[in-house]
Design a protein around this ligand. Structure first.
Ligand code: ATP
Length: 307
């Protein structure tokens, strides 16, 4: 597995208080990594450590397979980031802002500016000053600026914050395009599951400074499918019938009255028929989906199964 960025036991302490605790994050080359957590969980602090703006108190960071040190300028050149709100010259156009940035960075391939404006959908903004841009346009201009040096890894802190639904959709499409067309690895933070869920290949959930889960969206979709929830006064008899009459093995006793059946091939009506036929009294039976939302919300709030 090729990791573009890894953190190894990273902890950050401010005035004796741990705001990030022993975080092991692994970001794979080419993926969109969604970094999910409530406000104050430690997302920005982690991103600042990954970009060398803040030094970990304990632990190590690896970028592109090499250890990050205070003088890793070559490694930092291979990444782009927007961590704090991007500053622009409000009276100048998008292109003029990008021109200035190139000069400031000593980057002379200005041809790339038009390409980048096109890739973020700002090609037709002409002389319009940035002052008259929507928040979404400013965010996309920030991304264009971060892309000018053609980074391999792009780190964006809450890029969707404050955008309207159209802006959110444009941003989501942009992330997908950057990933598929330009093969850029993206690390995107958010406190809103819906934003992350739709774009991320891997999700890392942080709460109170701890990474409580890091999982691929594919695997989590597979493991959080539908189940049947059965309530009965006689769960022992019910599970006996389930096992011996229907061959069901993938079930779980939730409490004295409740059984959850995860076997995919059984319909509630079939199960009901068999149970009643064998004298099992059913209080209720229904099909449920343990949604991704329930799963992640319980992790973020801290009432889930924490790793
Ligand atoms: N320079 C600092 N000095 C002291 N405490 C800090 C500093 N920077 C961050 N913190 C604290 O660290 C904790 C994590 O903050 P951080 O900004 O990383 O969280 P976050 O997940 O990005 O949340 P948000 O989305 O609200 O920015 C917070 O309690 C914050 O007050």
């Amino acid at each position: 597995m090729t990791y573009i960025a890894r953190t190894i036991g990273v902890t950050k302490t401010y005035a004796g208080a741990e705001v990030v605790s022993n975080v092991n994050m692994s970001i794979k080359q080419g993926e969109i990594y969604g970094f999910l957590g409530p406000n104050g969980a430690g997302k920005t602090t982690m991103m600042k450590m990954l970009t060398n703006l803040v030094k970990p108190t304990v632990g190590e960071i690896e970028l592109f397979g090499e250890k990050l040190t205070p003088t890793s300028y070559e490694l930092l050149k291979r990444m782009g980031s927007i961590i704090e709100y991007p500053f622009f010259y409000d009276n100048l156009s998008a292109k003029e802002n990008l021109d200035l940035h190139c000069e400031y960075m000593g980057f002379h391939n200005k041809k790339v500016i038009n390409d980048m404006m096109e890739s973020v959908g700002l090609k037709d903004t002409g002389k319009k000053p940035v002052r008259d841009f929507s928040l979404g346009m400013k965010q996309r201009l920030g991304i264009a600026r971060a892309l000018i040096t053609t980074p391999e890894l792009l780190i964006l802190d809450e890029p969707i914050n404050g955008l309207d639904p159209v802006g959110i959709k444009e941003m989501r499409d942009l992330f997908k395009r950057l990933s598929s067309q330009y093969r850029i690895t993206l690390l995107i933070s958010s406190h809103i599951l819906g934003e992350i869920e739709q774009v991320a290949d891997t999700v890392g959930v942080i709460r109170n400074g701890r990474l409580v889960e890091e999982v691929s969206m594919d695997s989590i979709r597979g493991s959080h499918s539908e189940y049947i929830e059965l309530q009965t006064l006689d769960p022992r008899k019910a599970t006996y019938v389930m096992e011996h009459q229907l061959g069901l093995k993938n079930y779980k006793m939730i409490d004295d009255h409740t059984v959850r059946i995860y076997d995919p091939g059984i319909a509630p009506s079939e199960l009901t028929g068999k149970l009643i036929g064998h004298g099992v009294e059913i209080e209720s039976i229904f099909k449920r989906a343990h949604s991704l939302e329930e799963h992640f919300m319980s992790l973020m709030k801290g009432d889930g199964d924490v790793a």
